[in-house]
Write a protein that binds this ligand. Structure first.
Ligand code: FES
Ligand SMILES: [Fe+2]
Length: 422
């Protein structure tokens, strides 16, 4: 059995990962300990919990959590596991309640996870200490621009430090809103695929597959007279001043295009919106703000132009993905509607885009079973990528710089010597 540092190999101008990364159950268990229990993991957006008593359920890796706003207005993240005999105390995806009542024996907790009462309490002595039976919390919770993260590692670095490599891009993404605030108020579109979680991670920053996997979508655009395939291909392959695939470090990555990303609404008809952005954020920043980006924040968060995407590993061969369409606060209502319609057309349940990606994940998962064939190739563009002033690995938009960023961090975390937090 190879060790994790022997499964991601970068040597002689080649970058390769071993097929066992997608099929080995021991590696999956180790990923949950070494990656999801030691890094900042996205759990929810503040706008999903506007009022005291609002809650939603989420996960840190495979560990279920509740994210709840209490009566003081504070956001609490707690494991969704009763302190009695372990049942989940909240079964809904989201809702509003000041209490969580365990279905098994009726123990009741408040929005801070404090045990408020238990059924037939005469079965316990009068001095039984309830205060020790609050729902357990992750070691750290912090948020940045409304994005709430949790970290199980008591020795974790501060969130802002962790996000240093990707913060500029998160800011540009949030500042698409003239108010500088994104809202997650359009529900969730969830899908589940029979494949490893890293396939979704690789794919959202893969600028190489579009001409092939999404050929059917571009054919539809052409047949409807909306846009020619040649035009779409040219926009995608153009080596322009803003047409990149980037590996940012810490596993983060980005696909960045001035225009032409499939699944993005056309902002050009909204002159008022452009004026609003100039007023709110300054003329200098508008071009950067309107650059189209798919931003990966390792290990489980994607900021797409139209939605937040959260990757939820279930097992080695099963993954749930939550897509939360976003609203740009302060932007024209029609623009927000157009963004949602475009999101539905490319990413939605009956869309012509993301559904084709899922089909490919199944094929990769099947192919990866051939572990005897060993290595997968991720060298594309390695010979031509540049390092910019921010230390980013910058490649052509079809290069595999972001995928290499994912696996460099994967190798670093999987081989780190630090104690696994309990
Ligand atoms: S497991 Fe929750 S009350 Fe018994
Ligand atoms: Fe795709």
């Amino acid at each position: 059995m190879r060790k994790p540092d022997e499964l991601v190999i970068e040597t002689g101008g080649r970058f390769r990962v071993h097929a066992s990364l997608y099929v080995d159950d021991d590696l999956f268990a180790k990923e949950m300990e070494r990656i999801f229990a030691r890094t900042w993991v996205y759990v929810a957006h503040e706008s999903e919990l506007p009022n005291p008593g609002d809650y939603r359920t989420s996960v840190i890796g495979t560990q279920p959590v509740i994210v709840a706003r209490d009566q003081d207005g504070d956001v609490n993240v707690m494991f969704n596991r009763c302190m009695h005999r372990g049942a989940t105390v909240c079964r809904a995806d989201r809702g509003h309640s000041n209490y969580f009542r365990c279905q098994y024996h009726n123990w009741v907790y408040n929005s801070r996870g404090e045990l408020q009462g238990m059924a037939q309490k005469s079965g316990y002595p009068d001095d039984f200490d309830r205060s020790e039976l609050s729902l357990v919390r992750p070691a750290h919770v912090a948020s940045y621009r409304g994005l709430i993260f949790a970290n199980l590692d008591p020795a974790a670095e501060p969130l802002e430090e962790r996000l240093a490599v990707v913060r500029r891009s998160i800011d540009a993404w949030c500042d698409r809103s003239p108010a500088g605030r994104i809202r997650v108020t359009r529900g969730t579109h969830r899908y589940r695929y029979p494949g490893n979680w890293k396939l979704q991670l690789e794919n959202g920053v893969d600028g190489y597959h579009g001409n092939y996997v999404h050929e059917s979508f571009t054919k539809i655009l052409e047949r409807s007279g909306e846009r020619s395939r040649k035009d779409v291909t040219r926009a995608r392959n153009d080596v322009g001043s803003l047409n990149y695939a980037k590996g940012l470090g810490r596993g983060d990555g980005m696909l960045e295009r001035r225009a032409g990303m499939l699944g993005t609404a056309d902002y050009s008809p909204y002159a008022d919106y452009h004026r609003q952005l100039v007023e709110a954020h300054g003329r200098d920043r508008v071009e950067d703000i309107l650059t189209q980006r798919n931003i990966l924040v390792f290990p489980n968060l994607y900021l797409f132009e139209s939605h937040i995407r959260v990757v939820r590993p279930v097992s080695t061969t099963e993954t749930i993905v939550d897509n939360h369409p976003t609203v740009l606060e302060g932007a024209p209502a029609q623009l927000n509607t157009d963004r949602l319609r475009e999101h539905e057309r490319f990413f939605g349940p009956s869309s012509f885009g993301a559904t084709d990606d899922l089909e490919i994940f199944v094929h990769v998962q099947t192919g990866a079973q051939a572990t005897a064939a060993e290595w997968l190739e991720m060298s594309r563009g390695l010979h031509r990528e540049q390092r910019n002033e921010f230390g980013e690995h910058v490649g052509h938009s079809t290069d595999e710089a972001p995928q290499r960023s994912i696996y460099r961090e994967w190798r670093r975390l999987m081989t780190a010597e630090a104690e696994v937090p309990v």
